[in-house]
Design a protein around this ligand. Sequence first.
Ligand code: ARG
Length: 556
Amino acid sequence: LTAEQAERLMAVPPNPDMGDAAFPCFTLAKTFRKAPPAIAAELCEKVGEAVENSRLFQKVAAVGGYLNFYLKRGALAEEVVSDVLEKGENYGKSDEGAGKKVLVEFSSPNIAKPFHIGHLVTTALGSSLERIYSFLGYDTVKINHLGDWGTQFGKLISAYKRWGDAETIEADPINELLKIYVKFHSEAEEHPELEDEARAYFKLLEDGDEEITKLWKFFVDASLKEFNKTYKLLDISFDSYAGESFYSDKMPEVVELLKEKNLLEESDGAQVVRFDDENIPPCIILKSDGTTIYATRDLAAAIYRKRTYDFNKNIYVVGTPQALHFKQIFSVLDKMGYEWSKDCVHVGFGYVRFPDKVLSTRHGDVVFLEDVLRESIEKTKEVIINSATSKNIEDIDEVSEKIGVGAILYSFLKNGREKDIVFTWKDILDFEGESGPYVQYAYARGKSVLRKAEESGIDYSAADLSLLEGNDEFELVKLINSFGDAVKDAANKNEPCCVTRYVTDLAQLFNKFYNTCNIMKSEPRLRDARLKLTEATCVCIKSALYLIGVRVVEKM
Ligand code: ARG
């Protein structure tokens, strides 16, 4: 076995009495023509002395077909806690991504179409993934592929010319645009000729008509200003807002390339690309009126991104209902002979369900992102004001914002992304359950102990960490030690929930340690070591929460 192969085989024994790590000897049985327990016994004899003399392990034992290793608790605590405190916010980082570029496309709301809660999920997921990759040393680019092009703009322009008013729109762009857009749809049901008018307007827009382009720009700018408020609240930014319109002049080339490669076929007046796999329906490139569609723009975007960024990975964080669309896009790229099509990844996610109609939305059926965040902040504020510790909090609004927004982000990143998200305020703001506030509370608790120590003039900087040998301390140290693995796991699967799970476990173990160890009342040398462990835990919780977009509060 190579060292890597051996490492991959290592497992954690089912109960702590059996040690902290185990090497299963079963795969060696065939090679050595011996029973696994005999191999374990032999290995134990061979490495026993070396293990006993090592810095981190105290002993090894052969049990059945396993070779079990026992850590030196104090030594591990020394190693891990000082590493965390030395590295601070760099603890857990790696350079596995050095020299590699990862594009993360996320959020991508539509201008003039309803902005729904799914956009908040892609925003949470995508931003978290970007932070995770960046933490692992990848060079990342955050892209907002704005839905700022397409036939809906024809509809919107037609609606605006009939019922629109610039001032009202500027005052409340998303709502007003939505209002006239919805009106267009209900009117068009009785007057189908409106649809033709809308198509004609979009054609004018694609052809660069000056007046129409100016109107379009007005809608886009007004909407962007609104979106940016939400991004600010979420502490999220983008490197590029190159949306669909950005590719409007880059599509003729795509059509040319497809023609050159003999990939275009006619179908009912439209130009399509067909696939060998019958389960994938043909991808429409040009509609019968010669206008392009969503898919054409995505092809242009992918090619542009490869040329501009030369990515190693191009991630699209978009709801699972669009899985087929991305399959088509990636297959067309493959047919075009681009071997990098295999580096394009669709990261999908499920629906958000509202079992108890919990949102007091001003907008009928459409759930607005900002409403959800505001409501969460308001509800958090109520909880805080009614809590016993509220008098210690200096800025209740700021704290409520961090907790309220964090609670929503946490809930979206709590479970595997393909699962539907069940949205209930009870779970999201449950300060005692698996929630954002629960983890933030563990952090604030740790910080409060450290403040108390400081106020009492305790200097624990020279603490002897090898005293941390109790069960709860040991479990906590081991978990802190595995932070980097949790982040790598999250990147490998494109699943931020690995980090959410991790930080929740960490908060739980910290609370256990806090409750059983009575930090400030411990004998002074032990107290000092425990304070250091508390500090290291706080560093780790803060970093992990950052990776899922959640900010910490010092007091709550
Ligand atoms: N704007 C689209 C929507 O809201 C999402 C865009 C996804 N990204 C892409 N490259 N097609 O449904």
